[in-house]
Design a protein around this ligand. Structure first.
Ligand SMILES: [Fe+2]
Ligand SMILES: [Fe+2]
Length: 156
């Protein structure tokens, strides 16, 4: 498999943290050292993670990445429609965590959606972009991401 272009690699890097959170909040998951264990603490951590990182990550994907690749292929446009819908669903589910009723189930649903979402981007969207865009277009994309301070937002 072709290695990921660096512009997509920086996005994929963020997904690692998202997957850690998803793993932490799923009902059947093992405890992760250094992460919260009670449903209430997990919910607070997840809301914080959303506000500090995820919301920005979604912004980059929807307002920098998506416009840069819209109209190139119908398939990419359709994948992106699904991606944006997931973002809205995730946002609503995170908002729902502020009400502590039924937290275990809500956390579990959210964790599973985050996992599916990352999988959709990394296994469907990114390979499709790499296959469809030329080296020059990927290079331009990388510049757009850097020009928007992307690397500076996400460093951990
Ligand atoms: Fe996304
Ligand atoms: Fe993403």
């Amino acid at each position: 498999m072709k290695s990921e272009h660096k512009s997509l690699f920086s996005i994929a890097h963020d997904h690692f943290h998202g997957l850690m959170v998803a793993q932490m909040i799923k009902e059947d998951s093992e405890e992760i050292a250094g992460f919260p264990t009670s449903p209430e603490a997990k919910a607070r951590y997840t809301v914080h993670f959303y506000n500090q990182e995820l919301e920005n990550h979604f912004y980059i994907e929807e307002y920098i990445l998506q416009p840069a690749v819209t109209g190139i292929s119908k398939e990419i446009d359709e994948i992106f429609n699904g991606v944006v819908k997931d973002h809205k669903d995730i946002e609503k589910m995170v908002e729902g965590l502020k009400d502590e009723k039924d937290l275990v189930r809500k956390l579990d649903n959210l964790g599973r959606l985050i996992e599916q979402h990352v999988e959709k981007e990394e296994r469907v969207l990114f390979p499709k972009l790499q296959e469809t865009l030329s080296g020059k277009e990927l290079e331009e994309l990388s510049e757009k991401l850097s020009a928007n301070g992307y690397e500076h937002i996400y460093k951990y």
